[in-house]
Design a protein around this ligand. Structure first.
Ligand code: NAD
Length: 507
């Protein structure tokens, strides 16, 4: 029997949102949403039918006719109300997120909070969507720009930030006057749906925000649909590359934020205690399931001697259920993810890396059915080993060594990914050289996970990103709008009488 059909039937179902109504899918394909700490089934999620995707897009298309004309103030006030509702429900949202995703409650609140910051930014849409105006570009002629919404936009999101990443997408798309179809991760859609309920409570009108669930078929239908104008994707490089090709071939604007291998370069003059704490937090926090996790440390020169202390920091972290107080490292998302990570750890041993700390099969009393991998550290890692070449997306830190800062920079630049990187040093000159020479889109200087706040945009680069413009910040306003440039002149017949100059030219 197909895995999709072998699901419990006595649990709650996740609904679709079509034209303002939360509806039960008519599909025959369902998948279970599983608590990764216990293995308990929390809900069933539908894989929407082609007709349901069509209905969601049609509702968004109808709603666009009026939403696009909604005054700025009315749009902004919805997001002011929405940010207040998210704050009021923070504890509830974090609890749902921890139950279905596994990260600790503190990390879950962080997940919601980083999305909340984008909602706050969306409330400032009046300032963000201003056009430009040039007076008198020729005699009596003015030129100005309008940033107009595109129409129906769509978003496809990954499992690892089920609050933040949907909130990267639909608030800014809707604030700029578009309507939206969201396809959340099928692995943990419940917190996303609670956020969507709150968005409707904040006043988002019917049809402006729609949600369909599913996998490849639903994503492909979104990529192909002629009425969808723009697609934002966040997820793995494998799927993102496919989405980019398919949706851009269908004529859409597309932005894909994808996989990573983020290097933390540690110089021997770095502030040691802070650096080791930062590395442990950035490698193992959220069980390493962050696209900006510092999963690769490059120890330069005498910083190589810090490996034993780094390993001890990793060993001291407590593995447990995300909802239990004191947990540092929660479970990974699924049994399949755990097996993949364990397979990569085995490959590291086979390919000759030194396994300094083996986190496989940790004892977590009371949670024997959970999908746990404890902090794992490899040293002696080299390019060509699978643990270096592939994104592990688990609590595994791989350590490489370099003789000089220049050698470390060359190593990072030779890796195809460009999501994030960090340098740890007390030398301003070294940090500045790193900032100048490194070919990675987001750089931390003594900051291990340099995710920009929404005043800026998320600017991963190279193999971690397809499309020119990133999510949130200024770039996303450009992504979700068409710049229309108007050149205008007006004939002032009253003052000019018969002397109207009809020879005005733009030259
Ligand atoms: P994923 O690519 O498996 O899934 C992402 C989305 O694509 C989901 O909604 C999923 O349903 C859909 N999907 C899955 N298989 C598909 C297929 N064959 N065809 C079409 N759609 C498909 O990613 P994930 O495992 O949910 O998330 C982890 C990945 O996301 C990691 O690689 C991580 O680095 C990346 N990520 C990147 C960023 C970033 O900003 N660069 C942020 C978060 C996560």
């Amino acid at each position: 029997m197909n895995e999709l059909h072998r699901v419990a039937t006595d649990v709650a179902t996740v609904k679709l949102l079509i034209d303002g109504e939360f509806v039960e899918s008519a599909t025959s394909e369902w998948r279970e949403v599983v608590d990764p700490a216990t293995g308990a089934v929390l809900a069933r999620v539908p894989f929407a039918t082609a007709g349901e995707v069509e209905a969601a897009v049609a509702a968004a298309q109808r709603a666009f006719a009026t939403w696009r004309r909604t005054p700025i103030g009315a749009r902004a006030r919805i997001f002011l109300k929405y940010q207040q509702l998210i704050r009021a429900h923070m504890g509830e949202l974090a609890a749902i997120l921890t139950a279905e995703q596994g990260k600790t409650l503190a990390d879950a609140e962080g997940d919601v909070f980083r999305g909340l910051e984008v909602v706050e930014h969306a409330a400032a849409i009046g300032n963000l969507q201003l056009g430009e105006y040039a007076h008198n570009v020729a005699g009596g002629v003015d030129t100005y720009t309008l940033l107009q919404p595109l129409g129906v936009c769509a978003g496809i999101t990954p499992f690892n930030f089920p609050a933040m990443i949907p909130l990267w997408m639909f608030p800014m798309a809707i604030a700029t006057g578009n309507t939206f179809v969201l396809k959340p991760s099928e692995q943990d859609p419940m917190v996303t749906m609670r956020l969507v309920e709150l968005a409707l409570e904040a006043g988002i009108p019917k049809g402006v925000l729609n949600v369909v669930h599913g996998g490849a078929d639903v994503v492909n239908a979104i990529c192909d649909h002629p009425d969808i104008r723009a697609v934002s994707f966040v997820g793995s490089t494998r799927v993102g590359t496919h989405v980019y090709r398919r949706a851009s071939t269908a004529g859409k604007r597309v932005q894909c934020m994808m996989g990573a291998k983020n290097h933390a370069v540690v110089l021997p003059d770095a502030s040691k205690a802070q650096t080791l704490d930062a590395l442990a937090g950035a490698a193992f926090g959220a069980a390493g399931q962050r696209c900006m996790a510092a999963s690769t440390a490059v120890l330069v020169g005498e910083a190589r001697a810090w490996i034993p202390e780094l390993v001890e920091k990793a060993r001291a972290l407590k593995v447990g259920a995300g909802g239990e107080p004191g947990t540092d490292v929660g479970p990974v998302i699924s049994c399949a993810a755990r097996e993949r990570i364990e397979g990569l750890i085995a490959s590291g041993v086979e390919q000759g890396a030194r396994l300094e700390l083996d986190g496989r099969h940790p004892a977590v009393p009371g949670y024997e059915s959970g999908h746990f991998v404890g902090p794992t550290v490899f040293s002696g890692v080299k390019p060509g080993m699978r643990i270096y070449d592939e994104e592990i997306f688990g609590p595994v830190l791989v350590i490489l060594e370099a003789d000089t800062l220049d050698a470390a920079i060359a190593l990072v630049n030779a890796n195809p990914n460009g999501n994030g990187t960090a340098v740890f040093t007390q030398s301003g000159a070294a940090a500045r050289r790193f900032q100048e020479e490194i070919d990675v889109g987001q750089v931390g200087i003594n900051v291990p996970i340099p995710v920009p706040v929404p005043l800026f945009s998320f600017t991963g680069s190279r193999a971690s990103k397809l499309g020119d413009l990133g999510p949130y910040g200024k770039q996303v306003v450009t992504f979700y709008t068409q710049t229309k440039t108007v050149t205008a002149r007006w004939f002032d017949e009253a003052s000019a009488g018969h002397g109207v100059n009809t020879t005005i030219s733009l030259r």
